[in-house]
Every structure is written in structure tokens, then in C-alpha cells.
Ligand binder design. Structure first.
Ligand SMILES: C[S@@+](CC[C@H](N)C(=O)[O-])C[C@H]1O[C@@H](n2cnc3c(N)ncnc32)[C@H](O)[C@@H]1O
Length: 221
């Protein structure tokens, strides 16, 4: 037994990525292509993807909703963990990223499983929720709206479903009194983590994978 977690040294991190990655060769290539074409390196990490895939399978999720597609890395990776009749709906604000994602999804032969919706998710979602029955949510976009997203999406998430969110450690600044990066985002993330932790409908934790992955299991309606 140990009172403190083992710090994630470089060699342990390498071990994790080498052995417990959720990406296949195609995803590896799509990521290289995206970064070479100038897209920012802000997709989730391969070991985070494995973690999401495990969570999705552990609750037998069929219907996944993601905010923040970028070039489709996490959407494709999550779809890989779904049953044949599973579906990912993913929102992307920028038209060229949405289009690139659709092309990548086609390359992965997952067009029937993943729908990319272009636009500002916070404006589009309220009109959609009546027709949504969700098992799993992954938030990875506009941090200041996370609180609003969960209030909306809770209405269509089943008991036993999960809400997850990337960057729970706020790029490493969640505990910092004077964050050097994106202070508004850091503040929003801090408040969001707190909000989820205090919401008694949900059991919440943060896994120190990637930049911190918040995981909230819905316990009651
Ligand atoms: C961190 S990236 C997503 C990475 C992706 N989930 C992955 O791991 O492969 C965030 C994306 O969210 C998009 N975005 C930002 N605000 C948004 C909004 N309000 N609605 C939809 N997409 C948004 C950005 O354009 C960006 O491509």
C-alpha cells in the first residue's frame, strides 16, 4: 500500500503509451497528417483514448456525444469501442476542421457511425436534446460552457451513463493562484470540477491521465 501516487516519470509514461494505447495505425497516421498540415496538437493522447474506450465499453454505451472534433481523432477512437449499432455525434465549430474530420472518418470506414455537426454546440444543442438518448458524453472544447453543457445534457443522459471532460488539470494550472496560461479557461475548469464534484446525482473523479480526465457517473435521475 502507498499513501502517495507514483509520479509519472518519463519511462513510466513511455511504458503506458507503448503498451496501453487506444490508437491504431490509421489514427496514428491521421494525427501525423493533421499536425503536419498545421492543426494544433490538441487532440487527446493515445492512453487517454484507451481510457475512454474502456469507459465506453464498461457501461455498454451505444450513443456518444462529443463537443470538439478537431480532425476526428477521439471521435474515431470512441466509435471503435462501440457496438455495430452505436453512434457518435460530434460538434465542431470550424468548417474546415469539420470537413477534414468527415474525410478522416470516411478513411476509417466509420461514416455510418459518426455524425459531425458543424457549428457552435451551445447554440445547436438545446433544439436537439428532445431527440437524444445518451449513454456517454465527452467534453473537449469551449471550457467556459462546460457547466451549461452538463445542465443541458443531463436531461438526455441515462442513469448509469457518464460525462467525461478533458483538461481537468487545466493544462497543469488548476491549483495555481496565478495561472500563466488561459486564466479564464483555468477559472472555468476549476469551477466546473467543483460543480461536478458537488452534484449529488453524479459520482465524480479525476483520473490523472493526459491533462486530467474528469469522469462523472450518473447515479440517479
Ligand atoms: C481540443 S480540440 C478537440 C480534440 C478532439 N476531441 C480530439 O481529441 O481528437 C477542441 C475543438 O473544439 C472546437 N470548438 C471550440 N469551441 C467549440 C464550440 N463552441 N462548439 C463546437 N466546437 C468547438 C475547436 O475548433 C477545436 O477543434
Amino acid at each position: 500500500m502507498s499513501l502517495k501516487s507514483t509520479a509519472l516519470r518519463e519511462d513510466l509514461f513511455d511504458y503506458l503509451i507503448e503498451n496501453f494505447s487506444g490508437e491504431n495505425e490509421l489514427l496514428k497516421q491521421l494525427k501525423l497528417d493533421a499536425f503536419e498540415s498545421g492543426l494544433p496538437a490538441i487532440s487527446i493522447s493515445p492512453e487517454q483514448l484507451r481510457f475512454l474506450q474502456l469507459l465506453i465499453k464498461s457501461i455498454n454505451a451505444k450513443n456518444v456525444l462529443e463537443i470538439g472534433t478537431l480532425f476526428g481523432y477521439s471521435a474515431i477512437g470512441m466509435a471503435m469501442a462501440l457496438p455495430d449499432d452505436g453512434k457518435v455525434i460530434t460538434f465542431e465549430l470550424e468548417a474546415d476542421r469539420a470537413e477534414l474530420s468527415r474525410q478522416n472518418i470516411k478513411k476509417a470506414d466509420l461514416s455510418s457511425k459518426i455524425e459531425v455537426i458543424e457549428g457552435r454546440a451551445i447554440e445547436l444543442l438545446p433544439d436537439m436534446i428532445e431527440n437524444l438518448n445518451l449513454d456517454f458524453v465527452f467534453l473537449d472544447a469551449d471550457k467556459h460552457n462546460y457547466y451549461k453543457y452538463v445542465k443541458i445534457l443531463d436531461k438526455c443522459l441515462r442513469v448509469g451513463g457518464m460525462i467525461t471532460a478533458d483538461n481537468a488539470f487545466a493544462f497543469g494550472f488548476v491549483t495555481s493562484t496565478a495561472p500563466e496560461r488561459s486564466p479564464e479557461d483555468v477559472k472555468s475548469i476549476r469551477l466546473f470540477n467543483q460543480f461536478m464534484n458537488n452534484w449529488d446525482k453524479y459520482l465524480t473523479t479525476i483520473s490523472p491521465v493526459g491533462d486530467g480526465l474528469l469522469i462523472s457517473l450518473k447515479l440517479q435521475s
